[in-house]
Design a protein around this ligand. Structure first.
Ligand code: AMP
Ligand code: ZN
Length: 113
């Protein structure tokens, strides 16, 4: 499958991996938008948020849980952080394997651009 993030999961291309378990991988974003900017992804290939099925619900919960744990590990859980999932063109999605952006270490504005 010609998917950038599947290639990272399969170690076909390198990434700065910060967490891995049976179902999830987290690595630093190559173009960070905050002092800490990680991507938390399922090892299962799911192209967009629209493609999540009932059987994936615990996996999606695990993504959120992993992001919160990483935020705590990074030391900014109490100060706060931003979690974002972009969907399709209008949402700004550029890689079609779902991923949660975990950004912290600075103050974010709202609404997002
Ligand atoms: P999105 O625009 O929501 O689809 O986010 C895709 C993210 O993947 C962007 O923040 C990119 O900087 C990031 N990205 C693209 N290629 C790589 C890579 N090889 N390693 C790490 N992050 C990447
Ligand atoms: Zn993939």
């Amino acid at each position: 499958m010609d998917c950038l993030f599947c290639k990272i999961i399969n170690r076909e291309i390198p990434a700065d991996i910060v967490h891995e378990d049976d179902e999830i991988l987290a690595f630093n974003d190559i173009d960070p938008k905050a002092p800490t900017h990680m991507l938390v992804i399922p090892k299962k290939h799911i192209a967009t948020l629209n493609d999540i099925e009932e059987g994936d619900l615990s996996l999606v919960g695990r993504l959120q849980y992993a992001a919160a744990r990483l935020a705590r590990d990074q030391g900014f859980a109490d100060d706060g952080y931003r979690v974002v999932m972009n969907c399709n063109e209008d949402g700004g999605q550029t890689v079609y394997h779902i991923h949660m952006h975990l950004m912290g270490g600075r103050r974010f504005t709202w609404p997002a651009g």
